[in-house]
Design a protein around this ligand. Structure first.
Ligand SMILES: Cc1cc2nc3c(=O)[nH]c(=O)nc-3n(C[C@H](O)[C@H](O)[C@H](O)COP(=O)(O)OP(=O)(O)OC[C@H]3O[C@@H](n4cnc5c(N)ncnc54)[C@H](O)[C@@H]3O)c2cc1C
Ligand code: FES
Length: 278
């Protein structure tokens, strides 16, 4: 019988510094059973472990359309993520997964897509963004609204510039606290809605970021005519097993690790209030 908890060895083949505490790792599997490949879907996560330290759930940030490697973006938040952020090219980590549900893709074809992300929340959404761009003709207008606390905390800087150059795409970046060098927009991400001319017609919104950002971003989308099923969010919750066995990630009758991490706003409004998700 397959043991779900046995991880695969993956080698770090490149490291890109995003901010002072956040890095993006490209991994290649060295496990003979995987022979370099690892199939996953946009929005899924993996459990990443470092021997002797522990394991943490991390979203897959690469697009499934780009084969042969896996990318993860980590912020050094605690024991495991800090240990991984000390690793270099040539070092290895252990991976199990992929786990969880995923962002819709076929269902979004023909629609405009509005991506709203805050901070490191751009990481899971980036998987879908690049999948959409690798199938550009199948979608309508793409709008990306991205907010960071300061200009130094903007992740995927080069990619934000690259996406802006793709046809029929609008990218807006904002920061909460500008510095002397910042020439862009200042304010919370919802302050970009008018500038971006947000329109609910034939649109789906995909959100990821701090709970407070998601709460207000979704609330204002509803006021602007978005229907609850057309607002999709991906959530974080404290996790242990990642496979629906331990109950740590439970919200009401759902497990975030298996029923999520991707939910529609229609599901979110039914979460019990005492779970304090937002
Ligand atoms: C589906 C999913 C996807 C994720 N994707 C990413 C990602 O792409 N990149 C990324 O950097 N992070 C991601 N995270 C968050 C990451 O898994 C957590 O921050 C994780 O706790 C980090 O592990 P750690 O050992 O480094 O930190 P920990 O030592 O676990 O500490 C991290 C923080 O969690 C708090 N914490 C610890 N235990 C508990 C507890 N029992 N209840 C509540 N809070 C607690 C600590 O106080 C601390 O603030 C994701 C989480 C989920 C569920
Ligand atoms: S993390 Fe164990 S049930 Fe979800």
């Amino acid at each position: 019988m397959k043991n779900e908890y046995i991880p695969h060895l993956a080698e770090i083949v490149s490291v890109r510094k995003e901010t002072h505490d956040t890095k993006t790792y490209r991994l290649v599997f060295r496990d003979s059973g995987l022979a370099g490949s690892f199939d996953y879907k946009q929005g899924q996560f993996v459990q990443v472990s470092v021997l002797g330290v522990g394991e943490a759930p991390i979203s897959i940030t690469s697009s499934p359309s780009r084969k042969g490697f896996l990318e993860l973006t980590l912020r050094a938040a605690g024991r495991v993520t800090s240990a991984i952020c000390r690793l270099h090219t040539g070092d290895s980590v252990y991976i199990r997964g992929p786990y969880g549900n995923f962002f819709p893709f076929k269902e979004l074809k023909g629609r405009d897509i509005l991506f709203i992300a805050g901070g490191i929340g751009l990481a899971p959404v980036r998987s879908l963004i690049n999948l959409v761009f690798d199938n550009r003709d199948a979608f309508g207008h793409i709008t990306i609204l991205y907010g960071a606390k300061t200009p130094q905390e903007i992740c995927f800087k080069n990619e934000l510039i690259k996406w802006e150059g793709i046809r029929d795409t609008s990218v807006f970046t904002t920061v909460d606290k500008p510095d002397g060098t910042w020439k862009g927009h200042t304010g919370v991400v919802t302050s970009l809605y008018d500038k971006a001319n947000i329109n609910s017609k034939n649109s789906t919104a995909v959100l990821c970021g701090p709970p407070v950002m998601i709460k207000f971003a979704a609330k204002e989308l509803l006021q602007r005519g978005f229907c609850r099923p057309d607002i999709i969010v991906t959530l974080e919750r404290y996790m242990k097993c990642g496979i629906g066995k331990c109950g740590h990630c439970n919200i009401g009758g759902l497990y975030v690790c298996t029923d999520g991490p991707v939910f529609t706003w229609d599901q979110v409004v039914r979460f019990p209030e005492n779970e304090h998700v937002f």
